[in-house]
Write a protein that binds this ligand. Sequence first.
Ligand SMILES: NC(=O)c1ccc[n+]([C@@H]2O[C@H](COP(=O)([O-])OP(=O)(O)OC[C@H]3O[C@@H](n4cnc5c(N)ncnc54)[C@H](O)[C@@H]3O)[C@@H](O)[C@H]2O)c1
Length: 361
Amino acid sequence: MKLQPNAGELGVPLAKLAVDWCLLNKKVSTVILGASRPSQIIGNVKALDVLPKLTFEIRMAINDAVGDYSQSWIGNSPCHYEDKTPPQHEGKNMTTDAQIGARLAPLFNLTGKTAVVTGAAQGLGFDTSDLLAGLGAHVVMADLNLEAAKQAAAEVHTKGGSATPMQVDIGSLDSIQALFHEVTANLGEADILINSAADRSKAETFEMTEAQWDRMLDVTLRGTFYCSREAIRGMQAKGQGGAIVNISSVGAVRTTIWGINVHYDAAKAGIDSLTRSFAGEYGAGNIRVNSILPGGMASKGGANISSSYNIRGPIMGPGRVPLGRMGSTMEIAQAVVFLASPASSYITGQIIAVDGGFFVS
Ligand SMILES: NC(=O)c1ccc[n+]([C@@H]2O[C@H](COP(=O)([O-])OP(=O)(O)OC[C@H]3O[C@@H](n4cnc5c(N)ncnc54)[C@H](O)[C@@H]3O)[C@@H](O)[C@H]2O)c1
């Protein structure tokens, strides 16, 4: 079999033929591991300069056929600097956006994946949904506020992303089960779950009612547990692994707003415990579970601290952060999406602060 140099126009069927040829000739391991050097891979096919030119679609087909997503693209890129001197500008290498994109695509491409994001109507949940959709996932934007979720999904659509708004109250098991039932029925099992919804209420310790404490724990901790359990059930049934990212808070480890957030901090600390437990329990099924601990973000939900509270300590503000500023929701979303993508394929059970350095201050 001979591949034509203009592989970009070959199409998926020919790529599959190439894979069959490799399997037949026991070249699979070289395809997998030596992908950065085309001359080592399919030299026998007289296609030394073909692999770098394969389109993304064809490379995905090879990937599917070889069946080892995590291994098959290590070091692979359509741009082979080993073979050519990169263009120079003022003594520095020039790398085009397209070259960078091609290199990163296998690490971040979420085409064909279904992601469920709770609390997706605004703030971090929205930015995370927007990024996931931009990377090819179909995103279920689930929120208590359905109207806001619809508007948010419409905004994702205008940027070319694919999103479905759905209503959920993560404080209710019935509502969570109805959500996942709808997702499975309409879109198939979820591959990715981002637990971003939380109760953001504040209450002074001696003023806190039983209902306030219970609602915080029901929504923020129990809701994360049940959403994760439903997602894991589906991921296990699908058998292709999955990624769960829990949105915790730096408050789970270090107090950010003394005196009015004890129920919230306790719930978030519980989430980190869930992260470790689930990572351990379901890692064998390649289901990865991690926590992101955002520092102070400039979001609508983050700005609801009334001056009437008796706060017994410093509120976390720019002065307590080495980088000297609050984070944006997009800066946190970038880390969340990393943990949801193949780029983080060997990371699980981790509690990662994205806090501008708050923990070292
Ligand atoms: N903003 C911050 O400074 C900050 C800091 C650390 C951690 N966090 C965490 O990040 C996450 C996102 O925070 P944000 O400030 O971007 O969001 P936000 O508070 O602005 O928005 C939260 C979204 O969750 C939805 N929601 C609330 N209760 C729900 C429920 N019971 N069921 C379903 N949806 C519900 C709301 O309708 C809203 O759209 C939260 O988990 C929050 O605890 C935020």
